[in-house]
Design a binder for this molecule. Structure first.
Ligand code: NAP
Length: 306
């Protein structure tokens, strides 16, 4: 019998991931806190559940993709949580980005009930979720990884078993250090290009395929040039991930100098009410320091972008 799949959390990421599980032919039961977000999955052939426990009762493998550590704890341990519906032998796969330590604690709690767990945070943005090309970094026992692999293959391209419980979240932290470093470098480079008076689109075309290229520059550079701040990944979620990385770094006693700086720049944007912008709106923090804007220019009176 093929494994029955459940999916909890149909946000920017979960929506695309759930659609790809359906496209791959898995029987799928979904739940989302805001119920209307389930409609399009139901139209695609999924079943809507009444609660996370209800998803778990109807599924062998239960995927979760919600925002932060307390949210994962709520959908697993809460009154109507997964733990109250899952059968012994079920497998919970958490694709959210959360604390490695909380992940190990959750895995231990679930194990007391005979329920397995993998941490499987993802990278690749909303585009990767929609196209089924995510990078998935997985922590947990090898046999559980093998069990979930066919479902991972429906959602991702680079699927790596990186270690035991929590290791996936640690590797995701490594990923985030690189993401924000690339983002700051991109913003600083475009600020320099603007000040130097060169055409930004030509600059992008000239260098994006060379040694300075990156996923960030290819995908978000054009958005900055067009002053398009729509999120693939919001500042609020990016800052949440940096908080998780910096907390873990504190526990490990390792200095992450640039990551701490970038975290503070994101904090300034949140203080300005810009937490819903895409993470590439880090540009606005640099513009605020420089006193001019980058890309398609607004009216001359508007010196610093909001
Ligand atoms: P999102 O669009 O904001 O969606 C968040 C989802 O979590 C929604 O379905 C939301 O339900 C649900 N949720 C939040 N708190 C909840 C709670 N307490 N109880 C039940 N449901 C709750 O976020 P996203 O971009 O899909 O990100 C989801 C996870 O993937 C995050 O951990 C994020 O860091 C990670 N991630 C995101 C990206 C990206 O590019 N977006 C990339 C890699 C990893 P409602 O619909 O009711 O609000």
């Amino acid at each position: 019998m093929p494994e029955r799949i459940g999916f909890i959390g149909l946000g920017i990421m979960g929506r695309g991931m759930a659609h790809n599980l359906r496209k791959a032919g898995f029987a799928l039961t979904v739940w989302n806190r805001t119920a209307a977000r389930m409609d399009e999955l139901v139209a695609a052939g999924a079943q809507a559940a009444a609660s996370p426990a209800d998803v778990a009762a109807q599924s062998d493998i239960i995927f979760i993709c919600v925002s932060d550590t307390p949210d994962v704890e709520a959908v697993i341990l809460g009154a109507e949580g997964v733990m109250h519906g899952a059968q012994p032998g079920a497998l919970v796969v958490d694709c959210s980005t959360i604390s490695p330590k909380a992940t190990r604690d959750l895995a231990a709690r679930l194990a007391e009930h005979g329920i397995g767990m993998l941490d499987a945070p993802v990278s690749g943005g909303s585009e990767g979720a929609a196209r089924g090309t995510l990078s998935i970094m997985v922590g947990g026992p090898a046999d559980q990884f093998a069990r979930a692999l066919p479902a991972f293959e429906a959602m991702g391209k680079t699927i790596t078993h990186v270690g035991d419980h929590g290791a996936g979240q640690t590797v995701k932290g490594v990923n985030q250090v690189l993401v924000v470093g690339n983002c700051l470098a991109m913003c600083e480079a475009l600020l320099f290009a603007q000040a130097g008076g060169v055409d930004l689109e030509k600059t992008h075309a000239a260098i994006s395929q060379g040694a300075a290229g990156s996923w960030m520059f290819s995908n978000r550079g054009p958005q900055i040039i067009a002053r398009d701040w729509r999120p693939g990944f919001t500042i609020d979620l990016q800052q949440k991930d940096l908080r998780l990385v910096l907390e873990a770094a504190e526990e490990l006693g390792v200095p992450l100098v640039a990551t701490a700086l970038i975290n503070n720049l994101y904090r300034t944007l949140q203080a300005r009410g810009l937490g819903g912008d895409g993470n590439h709106a880090l540009m606005k923090a640099l513009e605020n320091l420089a006193g001019f804007t980058v890309g398609e220019q607004p009216a001359p009176s508007a010196k610093v972008a909001q």
